[in-house]
Design a protein around this ligand. Structure first.
Ligand code: SF4
Length: 523
């Protein structure tokens, strides 16, 4: 069963839907029984009993918004479906029909939560949606988004991708001013700032509030009759605007974290929402204002390395193009004689293709990924070594046996997964195993909406490249240089990137000092 939280949804109904099999069943009724902000106990397994299949950094969220479509909820559903890779913990959709603002969110995948019956309860021509993997705020349903708040400025729903970094101060100030927070999510800070703003208009209140917060945010917001989209002044997270042309009527306007969502909606890309820009869509059309300017752009370069889908255009550049270039550059910087180039699927595939072409060495799928394994699984027996990786990846022995293999991956975080993969390839008969990483060593945690371990758990923060090579048991190891990576991610117009996880130089002043202190525990 999948848990749902309903807000502002009319009528009595059974809120339990079929979702993840085997989990406990709960039946809730609509808002008459479930106060906004109340959450039933979790039927999900204790997260401590789950272990990650792969050691990867995880993206925080994906957002979608739509204005001017008769079936807005279903369109947002499709958009979220395309953005599922940006968060699988919870999802939500809020809709507005000019009068009401309804919101339904639940734990699980988009397709598990939003059945036909559930979508039918979300009327209106405007909608915003969110899919989430949390870092700030606990992972309860209450913190799932969109967050819907009844404020002095009317009903507002917000969905946010990113992470605020001056949360403590502002929250304390707002609470002193009488704010009552429904959630522990940093996204609600923005809504409370708007609610407590003394500005005369809603647009001024939003612009003034966004100017007060520091950190990464690409947000979509909605009132009963308007949709808003905004990016933080440094443009950490992507957010694009598109349109669906309606013959004889106004265009439908769409916003999404990645342009791959537009493809499913048959929307055409118009442009990115600019860093520091607030866009408003009403019945009268689209208006925009620059609420902040003069701050250097620092878009997340790791979107190009790993997070975004290769069929998306991010920060003005196709991700596929960047990853292809990363592979080529890696081959130029650290090529080595080999018989076969093998990607660690799926995220290493595009860079491996570029590497193979540049090095003129055959590309082969020497590791096959099982696509039906979830993000996490319950390990049956601790003593089954390397079980997690073997569950997800399997070597193709006839492609690897007796070969000098170059493995291409996009990151080494703790090093344990890389070691298992190297062992797996060697165990399949490879004569040599060389590992090439399509970005520089990850030495510092992220504070801008990406789930990273603290410095003490990042292997590259504690060991030299040669020590890491020995730890993962590879014959050779090389990373892409920072200059090489930056060059690979430049499109037609120069883009300023955040590279803090590779350099430790953070574009904002405030970060959690605890997490960036030199490591005291060596791996
Ligand atoms: S620290 Fe790394 S992951 Fe975080 S925003 Fe900067 S580049 Fe992206």
């Amino acid at each position: 069963m999948t848990r749902l939280l309903f807000q502002g949804v009319e009528g009595e109904f059974d809120a339990t839907i079929q979702g993840a099999p085997g989990l406990a069943s709960e039946t809730w009724n609509s808002t008459s029984q479930l106060r906004a902000g109340s959450v039933a106990p979790s039927p999900f397994p204790d997260p401590c009993s789950l272990i990650p299949v792969f050691d990867k950094l995880r993206e925080e969220c994906g957002v979608v918004a739509i204005h001017g479509h008769p079936d807005a909820a279903r369109q947002v559903y499709l958009g979220l479906y395309a953005l599922q890779h940006r968060g699988q913990e919870s999802a939500g959709i809020a809709t507005a029909d000019g009068q009401r603002l309804a919101n339904i969110k639940g734990m699980g995948l988009v397709s598990e939560i939003f059945t036909d019956d559930v979508l039918a309860k979300l009327p209106g021509s405007m909608a915003i949606g969110h899919t989430r993997y949390s870092t700030t705020g606990d992972s309860a349903l209450l913190n799932a988004q969109p967050i819907r708040v009844d404020s002095t400025k009317g009903l507002i729903a917000i969905a946010h991708n990113g992470n605020l970094v001056n949360l403590g101060n502002i929250r304390a100030r707002l609470e002193r001013d009488g704010a009552y927070f429904q959630t522990t999510s940093d996204s609600e800070i923005i809504v409370q700032l708007i609610a407590h703003s003394r500005a005369g208009t809603l647009v001024d209140a939003i612009a003034g509030s966004l100017a007060q917060v520091e950190g990464a945010f690409s947000i979509v917001m909605m009132t009963r009759d308007r949709v808003f989209a905004a990016r933080d002044p440094r443009g950490f997270r992507p957010l694009s605007m598109g349109r669906i042309k309606n013959p004889g009527g106004p265009d439908t306007i769409v916003f999404a974290s990645e342009t791959c969502a537009f493809d499913l909606l048959r929307a055409e890309y118009i442009r990115d929402v600019l860093p520091g820009e607030l866009v408003m869509v009403t019945e009268d059309g689209v208006t925009s204002r620059q609420y902040a300017s003069g701050v250097p752009q620092s878009s997340c370069i790791f979107e190009h390395v790993y997070f975004a889908r290769p069929d998306s255009r991010i920060f003005g550049r196709w991700v596929q193009e960047s990853r292809d270039q990363m592979g080529r550059q890696l081959a130029r910087e650290s090529g080595i004689p080999a018989d076969v180039i093998v990607p660690v699927p799926d995220s290493g595939v595009t860079a491996a293709l570029g590497y193979a072409e540049e090095a003129a060495i055959p590309f082969r799928f020497g590791l096959i990924r099982n696509h039906y394994v979830g993000r996490t699984f319950i390990e049956p027996e601790q003593r089954v070594r390397d079980f997690g990786v073997r569950l997800k990846l399997n070597p193709v022995r006839n492609l690897l046996e007796g070969k000098r293999v170059v493995l291409i991956d996009d990151s080494i975080i703790r090093g344990t997964t890389s070691r298992k993969i190297v062992r797996m390839v060697r165990g399949a008969g490879a004569k040599e195993v060389h590992l090439r990483i399509s970005c520089p060593p990850t030495i510092s945690p992220c504070f801008y909406g990406v789930d990273t371990p603290s410095k003490r758990d990042l292997i590259a923060a504690n060991k030299s490249v040669e020590e890491i090579r020995r730890f993962i048991e590879a014959d050779s190891l090389a990373y892409l240089s920072l200059d090489g990576l930056l060059n690979c991610c430049q499109g037609d117009h120069p883009t300023g990137y955040c590279t803090a996880c590779y350099t430790g130089n953070y574009p904002t002043e405030w970060v959690d000092a605890e997490d960036i202190l030199p490591a005291t525990v060596s791996l």
